[in-house]
Design a protein around this ligand. Structure first.
Ligand code: NAD
Length: 262
């Protein structure tokens, strides 16, 4: 196959979401077949149709990443359906509540950690078993700038994304002997869209010293904290993932690349 990723198979989690779908489309355009994992539903079905329109094989797998046995079964099914898994974009995630740590809801903290940390671990573990057997694999985990500097009012999300960066570093060492590279990306403020609106509104609702209570002002405050003075477009992420999956990053493993406007 003459395309860059022709003959390759990529598993994308959170594949029905903004970043997952945009990245799946990009990798499909590069020729990769795409296995798309997300919670079962019409959103996933529609995302699979969108990616299949690029002319590659795309299949949807309804799965909750918090279910370790379910993840292992689905990943084994993907390997059986496609014959191999070359690339993993381990990207499903949940932003959680916004509240200062002393008020942060206990159940939501557990939920964020279970989805973002245990979920990413389940997928990483299940997929790496197939990659170890073939002695080939490229993995990109979605962290966040919230995992580089802890943002206010996001105790669970911040902790979960610090954990993803730690998991990336450990996995890169465990898997290096098997020709498997593991890296992370850390987007910061991406917009417009649901995640942007949600964090602007919820940071305003908290009423902390860090942000105004007026969502319009919060949006300006966030933008003004970015050296490039704008939020990032979702479309500025997939090329970085493609770089980390492809051979241009052949001597990089265990790194976290910020996509953050400075
Ligand atoms: P999104 O909400 O559009 O996509 C997330 C996807 O993950 C959704 O399709 C959702 O159904 C799926 N998901 C959630 N819980 C799941 C579970 N238990 N099992 C299976 N799938 C599940 O958000 P997005 O912006 O595309 O986020 C993708 C990743 O990027 C997340 O890890 C998020 O934390 C991270 N991130 C996003 C931003 C941003 O501003 N958009 C910034 C930094 C990091």
């Amino acid at each position: 196959d003459s395309k860059r990723f022709g003959g390759k198979v990529t598993l994308v989690t959170g594949a029905a979401g903004n970043i997952g779908l945009a990245t799946a489309e990009r990798l499909a355009a590069a020729g990769s077949a795409i296995a798309m994992l997300d919670l079962a539903g019409e959103k996933l079905d529609a995302a699979v149709r969108t990616v299949a329109a690029a002319g590659v094989t795309a299949r949807g797998y309804g799965c909750d990443v918090t279910d370790a046995a379910g993840v292992q079964a689905v990943v084994d099914q993907v390997a059986a359906d496609f014959g191999q898994i070359d690339f993993l974009f381990n990207n499903a995630g949940y932003q959680g509540a916004f509240a200062p740590v002393q008020d942060y809801p206990v159940e939501d903290f557990a939920r964020v950690m279970t989805i973002n940390v245990c979920g990413a671990f389940h997928v990483l573990r299940a997929v790496s078993r197939h990659m170890v057997a073939r002695k080939f694999g490229r993995i990109v985990n979605t962290a966040s700038m919230a995992g580089v500097g802890g943002p206010p009012n996001m105790a669970a999300y911040g902790a979960s994304k610090f954990a993803i960066i730690g998991l990336t570093q450990t996995a890169s060492k465990d898997l290096a002997p098997y020709n498997i590279r593991v890296n992370a990306i850390s987007p910061a403020f991406m917009g417009p869209g649901f995640m942007w609106e949600r964090q602007v509104e919820l940071q305003a609702a908290v009423g902390s010293q860090y942000f105004s209570t007026d969502p319009k002002v919060v949006a300006e405050q966030m933008i003004n904290s970015v050296p490039m003075r704008r939020y990032g477009d979702i479309k500025e992420i997939p090329g970085v993932v493609e770089f980390l999956l492809g051979d241009d990053s052949s001597y990089m493993t265990g790194v976290n690349l910020p996509i953050a406007g400075g």
